[in-house]
Design a protein around this ligand. Structure first.
Ligand code: NAD
Length: 432
């Protein structure tokens, strides 16, 4: 099938490459010329395991191409996916890019097409896009909502082996076309659920809101554990073994970040407000999350006092989670800003997010070549992202490099008793 994907970011690039990998002819469109130039040479501008190989192979075999020319991409395609960003602005999803590409798609229509909304958009936004397109063209089209559930860091795997595919359609024929596109990825039996458009839009928000709620729920328990002297990690194991609850998304820590959970929860809260139905649970989910970063920083201030001007901090992990270079809404950003504001100096290391960190902090922090480099002369280490390489470090070497062996573990990856035995002053989240 001929496919155009508008918006070649984490979602668009993964979707486009994976559709090409299953034999389709895919044109990925982006208005960022630099990005398109790089991608056309096979250079993937983001860190996503497994993605460069697929991009390179499909470019080479001629099934995948990149362009800034939306009009010709839409004309050459039968199915057009919209995968541009929907960032949060003042608590609402900013649909500026979605609406602008809808106008361009409408103007480029030259025959019947299927338009698929893959960006995460508030309830009713796909219908609005349909209205925008209709205002620009007399050509017939069907519109589908097909929200994306991939996780950064495992995006290719998630796309190739989805737990489920959601297709929101008003027209059974168009739903069948999209179902066909996903057929190679659901051969082992993952269900394809066909719903109406609004239900599909809402399913995406409900999934993210529920996962975010689990994390904030555990963070609240962690905070209470610290007050009453209990261990949140054992509680996690204790409840996770209950088959009604399950083990995932129960880790307490410095809070969630990323380009999806905070903004999607916020957008859903706004939808509730517009309907005069305040979503009280979700308001608490975001409030707990915002405070969790500050609570973690609060541990540092309790240890060192409010004035950090003579203190040097080593930071391990900047990306909002391991296996990505994405720092959108990353807890590390707020935490580092808090240290800098109080006069602290910061040396940080992240295996993949160095470029992003340079863009955000410039010369305000030092970026180290490896995780030991940034420990030199540090008064404390703050571990914020649980990259695999941080799990089993050389603790003796760490101690010999640090001025003071103090560790603030924002992801509970070390054992409190072992850390104490090795001579560290050790703080974690919700553990004795
Ligand atoms: P992104 O910011 O990585 O990518 C968006 C891309 O769209 C950028 O490359 C940008 O240059 C391009 N773009 C913006 N305006 C454009 C225009 N007018 N014409 C052409 N290109 C344009 O965003 P993302 O993380 O891929 O997210 C895209 C959507 O998918 C969002 O709605 C997001 O909520 C949703 N989503 C993201 C994830 C994720 O993990 N990142 C997962 C599921 C769903």
């Amino acid at each position: 099938m001929n496919i155009a994907i508008i918006g070649t970011g984490y979602v668009g690039l993964v979707a486009g490459s994976c559709f090409a990998e299953s034999g389709n002819d895919v044109i990925c469109v982006d208005n960022d010329e630099e990005k398109v130039k790089k991608l056309s040479k096979g250079k993937v501008p983001i860190y996503e395991p497994g993605l460069p190989e697929i991009v390179e192979r499909n470019l080479r075999e001629g099934r995948l191409s990149f362009t800034t020319n939306l009009e010709s991409a839409v004309k050459k395609s039968f199915v057009t996916f919209i995968a541009v960003g929907t960032p949060q602005v003042n608590g609402r999803a900013d649909l500026g890019a979605v609406h602008s590409v809808a106008v361009d798609i409408g103007r480029a229509m030259d025959r019947f097409k299927v338009i698929v909304m893959k960006s995460t958009v508030p309830i009713g936004a796909t219908e609005k896009v349909s209205d925008i397109i209709r205002a620009e063209t007399d050509q017939p089209f069907d519109i589908i909502s097909n929200p994306e559930f991939l996780k950064e860091g495992a995006a290719v795997e998630d796309f190739m082996k989805p737990d489920r595919v959601i297709i929101g359609a008003e027209d059974e024929r168009a739903a069948e076309i999209v179902r066909e596109l996903y057929a190679p990825f659901v051969r082992t039996g993952s269900p394809v659920l066909v719903t109406d458009v609004r239900t599909a839009e809402m399913t995406k928000y409900a999934a993210n809101a529920f996962l975010a709620a689990r994390i904030s729920f555990m963070n609240e328990f962690a905070n209470l554990c610290e007050l009453v002297g209990a261990d949140v990690d054992m509680i996690r194991k204790g409840i996770g073994l209950d088959s009604r609850i399950g083990q995932s998304f129960l880790f307490a820590g410095a809070g969630f970040g990323g380009s999806c959970f905070p903004k999607d929860v916020e957008a859903l809260i706004e939808t509730g407000r517009q309907q005069d139905y305040p979503l009280r649970i979700l308001e608490a989910v975001n409030a707990v999350n915002r405070e969790q970063r500050l609570r973690f920083l609060g541990k540092v201030l309790k240890h060192f006092g409010e004035d950090l001007s003579s203190k040097r901090f080593a930071i391990w992990g900047l990306a909002f989670k391991p296996r990505t270079d994405d720092m959108r809404e990353a807890p590390a950003v707020d935490i580092i800003e808090g240290l800098l504001k109080r006069g602290g100096s910061v040396a940080a290391y992240d295996p993949e997010a160095k470029e992003e960190a340079e863009r955000i902090f410039g010369s305000r922090i030092q970026l180290a070549k490896n995780n030991y480099d940034c420990l030199e002369g540090a008064d404390a280490l703050m571990l914020i992202t649980e990259w695999q390489a941080f799990r089993n470090p050389n603790f003796e070497r760490m101690k010999s490099l640090m001025r003071d062996p103090v560790v603030f573990d924002g992801r509970n990856i070390y054992s409190p008793s072992q850390m104490r035995e090795m001579g560290f002053t050790y703080y974690s989240v919700g553990r004795k």
